[in-house]
Design a protein around this ligand. Structure first.
Ligand SMILES: NC(=O)c1ccc[n+]([C@@H]2O[C@H](COP(=O)([O-])OP(=O)(O)OC[C@H]3O[C@@H](n4cnc5c(N)ncnc54)[C@H](O)[C@@H]3O)[C@@H](O)[C@H]2O)c1
Length: 311
């Protein structure tokens, strides 16, 4: 099994998630390349300290990401920093010839996104990816298989969403993800959007046009230091798009990203409705694949408990 030596830039919530996932690699029974974390970088030494305690093979700890990118022994980087740094650090990593597992979004706006894509064009040997974890639930994998096998017949509608309720607490102190300057103007759409788009876009359901309904409910939040700060990103967004399947026949796709969705905690869902069959998945009930059974004129919903399937 091939090993890729990784450096992590940004040792906050997601940096720790990446290291925790890499630590479980031995659980996989399939032969896939293994990540070995040998270097980390963060401007905050409290955050790199966690890696020194918990990552046995760690050889290098930096506070300046240029030092990590200069290490020839690093094959690939995982970068999980605030959004306003993505363009600069992703472009530097690609130019340094490091394979890139980047966090969403690939740039805070179209110009930044194009700068990252241009760097990739100039460095065709670099493999770059961004991912959402939700499609990898076994029940969601089954739904994806049904799409690939075209079991839904003519598609009538797709709905995908990612909904939170943590911002319902209006006294929750602000963080960088609620500020345009650091998060980007798109607010919840850029931050949560990939979770809704990952499956439809990979399946080829690309938007031909977009209508948007955007909401900004809470415009001021506690700054965590006794004062108030402007909360200027979009809280909720519903996008309605025209798209088409392999038969090129148009249908409607709804993409919903919400930070103020009562009752939802990190809730990813995907629903597909077709003439032959329909199916649903929600991370609120992650083992369950729900699909319709045709009873002639009527359709009954059936549930298959797919549960946990080791790879
Ligand atoms: N895929 C997912 O489900 C998911 C979930 C949450 C966040 N994210 C993404 O992950 C990224 C990071 O989010 P997070 O929640 O881990 O944020 P975080 O605030 O917990 O961590 C960011 C880290 O970057 C560090 N940092 C800031 N400037 C730096 C610099 N110049 N060099 C090195 N390190 C620097 C900070 O000190 C901090 O430790 C964002 O792009 C976010 O959208 C993805």
């Amino acid at each position: 099994m091939r090993t890729y030596r990784f450096g992590i830039i940004g040792c906050g919530l997601m940096g720790r998630e990446f290291a925790s996932a890499a630590a479980r690699w031995g659980h996989l029974s399939i032969d896939v390349a293994r990540p070995e974390i040998i270097a980390v970088c963060d401007v905050n030494p409290d955050n790199t300290a966690w890696f020194s305690r918990n990552v046995p093979g760690l050889r290098h700890v930096f506070s300046d990401y240029h030092d990590l990118l200069a290490l020839s022994e690093v094959d690939a980087v995982y970068i999980a920093v605030p959004h306003n740094l993505h363009e600069r650090i992703y472009v530097d990593a690609i130019n340094a010839g490091k394979h890139l597992m980047g966090e969403k979004p690939f740039g805070m706006d179209q110009e930044q996104s194009q700068a990252i894509l241009a760097a990739l064009d100039r460095n065709p040997g670099v493999f770059a990816r961004c991912s959402s974890e939700f499609p990898y639930y076994p029940a969601m994998q089954l739904l994806i298989r049904w799409i690939r096998e075209e079991r839904f017949g003519r598609i009538l509608e797709i709905k995908a969403g990612f909904c939170h309720s943590s911002d319902m607490d209006v006294n929750k102190p602000i963080n960088w993800k609620r500020k345009v300057a650091v998060n980007g103007e798109y607010g919840c759409m850029g931050d949560l959007g990939i979770h809704t788009q990952h499956v439809p876009f990979r399946m080829g359901f690309l938007p031909r046009n977009v209508y948007a309904r955007l909401d900004k409910f809470i415009t001021v939040r506690p700054d965590g230091k006794g004062g108030q700060a402007a909360c200027d990103t979009w809280d909720n967004a519903t996008l309605v798009c025209e798209t088409a399947g392999p038969d090129n026949l148009p249908f409607t796709m709804y993409l919903e990203t919400k930070r103020m969705a009562p009752g939802c905690t990190d809730n990813f869902y995907f629903e597909i409705y077709g003439l032959k069959a329909s199916a649903k998945f929600t991370s609120a009930n992650p083992g369950l694949f729900t699909y319709t059974v045709d009873w002639g004129k009527e359709q009954a919903w059936a549930g298959l408990n797919v549960g946990y399937k080791p790879m």
